[in-house]
Unconditional design. Structure first.
Length: 211
């Protein structure tokens, strides 16, 4: 079996130097089937950075700030600095959990709210009920910000209250879920950087982004 795996991977190296247009479409459809969504709701990228950069460029501006936690995964904040986007970083609580009530207040007039769940580096988890209520309340605003839920570490969670936010992304047009696959099933412990964003927002949302 190992020899067939090696042969298969070696054969694919011949296409490694070209744009993976055909492979990207196949992967998109496979991800959509796995999560029970439409292929049009899936966007794949090369690792977290590409997805986060696109979200920052699409939804934030000098007049639509970024809301994030502190500490949390720092890449959105770094892009905010690069793009001259104002940042409102909300300190985590004494229990190291994200302070959703304060983030909700800071989200007024925001372009993007970044939620890393489970959070990196504190390891805290937001339950499904907490996330659902948070998204529901933000959605009532006249100019609801985009909410990017980064689930890059979701496979490590054993908290029974936790569930993926993909159903929220399907139900709410302003919610994006970023997920990361780290292993090839046939080769345990071999890293594979593949990110998938679930729920590509309506084109009208992108077109109406303030500058």
């Amino acid at each position: 079996m190992l020899s067939s795996i090696v042969a298969s991977k070696t054969a694919r190296l011949l296409a490694a130097c070209v744009c993976p247009v055909v492979g990207a479409g196949t992967l998109t459809m496979a991800i959509a089937r796995l999560h029970g969504v439409q292929a049009s709701q899936v966007l794949i990228g090369c690792g977290s950075v590409e997805i986060l950069r696109m979200a920052m460029q699409a939804f934030t501006s000098r007049t639509r700030h970024l809301v994030t936690a502190a500490p949390t995964f720092e890449t959105p904040g770094e892009y905010a600095d690069t793009f001259a986007v104002p940042i409102r970083a909300v300190r985590v609580g004494a229990n190291l959990k994200l302070n959703l009530s304060t983030m909700e207040l800071e989200a007024q007039g925001a372009g993007l709210v970044y939620i890393c769940n489970p959070n990196n580096p504190t390891g805290s988890v937001l339950g499904a009920a907490e996330m659902g209520g948070f998204v529901e309340r933000l959605g009532r605003a006249s100019q609801a910000p985009a909410v990017l839920v980064d689930e890059a570490y979701h496979e490590y969670v054993d908290d029974p209250s936790y569930k993926t936010s993909i159903p929220l992304a399907v139900a709410h047009r302003n919610v994006i879920v970023n997920m990361l696959a780290r292993v090839v099933p046939s080769l345990p412990n071999v890293p594979l950087r593949r990110n998938a964003t679930i729920r590509l927002p309506d084109p009208a949302v992108w077109a109406s982004r303030p500058t």
